[in-house]
Design a protein around this ligand. Structure first.
Ligand code: M6R
Length: 563
């Protein structure tokens, strides 16, 4: 994942681009760069985080009222100055920033080499400015050459391109996110809205293969369809939502926001939710499709669907979905769940299901994302921007909304809503400084461990899986989740003196899960209990009230992380 931003307008571009890059740094931070056009294109780039690179290269000194910038997370080619973006064409006239992966770059590179083009980086991106140059050398203008170059590329891209002699920025996307911002003093294009939220809330969401010429006006094309109309939307995201404020980091801020975000997720139009419930009832075969944390939210919700509404749902990872497509037909229903709405495996799954005539409903946080374009209907999570790479507030928002749907399926919409609304005071307590300090204390004990296990039964099992994912992702500690009953089938052998195990307890399976915890304890394990009641087995206990089918929301609201 990388972040890109472009600006063209009446203001100096470099401070705007630098500020935008800082908002996009969550997308990649191993190197960054900027190219602005004044009399000529000036490029500055380097290895390191944005502030480090800026200290050496002073981005804000670059003049010009249009420019493009990039923050990188290396995929093709190591973390080096020459691999960082922007990349420049052989004639020095074209600069490109890119997020995505060009699958046929090697083939294009070889073709261009045969035509005497030289490459200085190891990236897939460098073929783009050179391919544009190639078509221009053959007599094409900048805009048409960009279109031709992009149609030759396989894979995913969001690109921004500028040319030394042109007063336009070309913005185009296929499979990677890119949104356009319409400000009073210019136009913006960026991987994510917060990059220009300080300047405008007027957004145009782009479809796959859209191609925009940003100059004094905006012209929208689609590489397949030709000229197209794209609507302008106003985002209701608050500028402050996209900023860290007094919080140490975005993860902490977003964990704290859950008091509000669970409430917002369930503020849906009842008639729309009921309509979706009718689709679910009508379907012959329902599939939840998602990846990562969103997959865990689906897994958890499949228990809730079965328990509350008596409906069976197949839960499939986006990347595994191709193996299930032979079960699909026009009566199948896919419920795709995604924070970003841009996860490639989920999008691929949805496209395959559409080919079979299946109906697609999605639950997504980002309005205008690709998933919303590919869905017959969608519900928004309304959680605001999730800047931290770790899903926290959107995970609980997904659980909240899916639980509301389960209640609605059981003709108990209002009861479900009331119960979910009531959770706010539990979440408030669990995300308070008090609980945070307790977790900090615990993390001091755990930070140097090599392995950690998490266990739960029933609804607490997906919770254990999500907790393990969070611990791996943020603490780089190997963490593995098990259904309580599974440990005895081999894994117990790994428990040694002091091996930590987080045990998620709920009233309906207390006896069984405590017996599993005992098995670990008797092998020397260090037991951290999370649940409604303390127990002598626990070495550490974090009290979380019993909330039955809503346990998954509050068990992770405090987010079990080890710093
Ligand atoms: O945007 P999505 O919900 O589709 O993303 C899916 C996963 O990549 C995501 O949930 C990932 O596992 C989280 N960042 C984990 O914290």
């Amino acid at each position: 994942m990388c972040g890109i931003i472009g600006y063209i307008g009446v203001e100096k571009a470099s401070p705007i681009l630098l500020n935008g890059l800082r908002q996009l740094e969550y997308r990649g931070y191993d190197s960054c760069g900027m190219a602005c056009l004044d009399k000529d294109i000036e490029v500055r780039k380097g290895v390191g985080k944005i502030n480090e690179v800026n200290n050496s290269f002073s981005f804000e000194e670059i003049n010009g009222k249009m420019g493009i910038a990039h923050t990188r997370w290396a995929t093709h080619g190591g973390v080096t100055q020459k691999n960082s973006h922007p990349h420049i064409s052989n004639n020095g006239k074209i600069a490109v920033v890119h997020n995505g992966i060009i699958e046929n770059y090697q083939e294009k590179r070889d073709e261009l080499k045969e035509k005497n083009f030289e490459f200085i980086s190891e990236t897939d991106t460098e073929v783009i400015p050179n391919l544009i140059q190639y078509f221009m050398d053959k007599g094409g203008d900048f805009v048409d050459s960009c279109k031709k170059a992009l149609t030759e590329l396989d894979g995913n891209f969001a690109i921004l391109a500028i040319h030394r002699d042109e007063d336009v920025i070309i913005a185009s996307r296929k499979g990677s996110p890119l949104v356009i911002g319409i400000g009073e003093n210019g136009f913006f294009a960026a991987s994510d809205i917060p990059a220009f939220l300080d300047h405008t809330k007027q957004i145009v969401y782009l479809y796959d293969e859209d191609f925009v010429v940003m100059g004094k006006t905006l012209s929208f094309y689609n590489l397949k369809e030709g000229p197209v109309f794209r609507q302008t939307h106003t985002v209701d995201w608050d500028v402050e939502q996209a900023k860290k404020g007094d919080f140490e980091h975005f993860m902490l801020k977003e964990i704290s926001e859950q008091v509000e975000t669970v409430k917002k997720a369930i503020q849906q139009e009842k008639a729309i939710v009921e309509n979706i419930c009718d689709e679910i009832r009508r379907a012959k075969g329902i599939f939840f499709v998602a990846c990562g944390s969103s997959y865990h939210a689906c897994l958890s919700s499949s228990y809730v669907f079965s328990k509350i509404s008596g409906i069976h749902v197949n839960v499939v990872l986006g990347s595994e979905f191709p193996n299930y497509t032979h079960f699909l037909n026009k009566d199948s229903l896919i419920i795709a769940v995604s924070q970003s709405g841009e996860t490639a495996d989920v999008l691929e799954a949805v496209k395959e299901a559409k080919k079979k005539g299946s109906k697609i409903i999605s639950i997504v946080n980002v309005m205008g994302s690709s998933l919303t374009h590919h869905s017959d209907e969608f519900l928004l999570l309304n959680a605001g921007p999730e800047i931290c790479v770790l899903s926290t507030k959107t995970y609980t928002a997904q659980l909240g909304l899916l639980t509301l749907i389960a209640y609605s399926l059981a003709e108990n919409y209002e009861e479900g809503k009331k119960k979910l609304e009531f959770l706010w005071n539990v979440i408030y307590y669990l995300t308070s400084a008090n609980t945070r300090n307790k977790i900090k204390e615990l993390s001091e004990k755990l930070r140097y461990v090599d392995h950690l296990f998490t266990i739960g039964r029933g609804l607490q099992y997906p919770t254990a899986m999500e907790a393990a994912l969070k611990i791996k992702e943020v603490s780089y500690i190997h963490a593995e989740a098990f259904a309580g009953g599974e440990l005895k089938h081999g894994t117990l052998a790994l428990i040694e003196n002091g091996t930590p195990c987080i045990v998620f307890v709920a009233e309906d399976n207390e006896k069984e899960i405590l017996s599993n915890a005992m098995e670990i304890k008797s092998r020397g394990g260090y037991i951290i209990g999370i649940g409604p009641k303390n127990n002598e087995i626990f070495d550490t206990f974090i009290k979380v009230p019993e909330a039955n089918s809503m346990n998954p929301i509050i068990h992770l609201a405090k987010s079990v992380t080890v710093k």
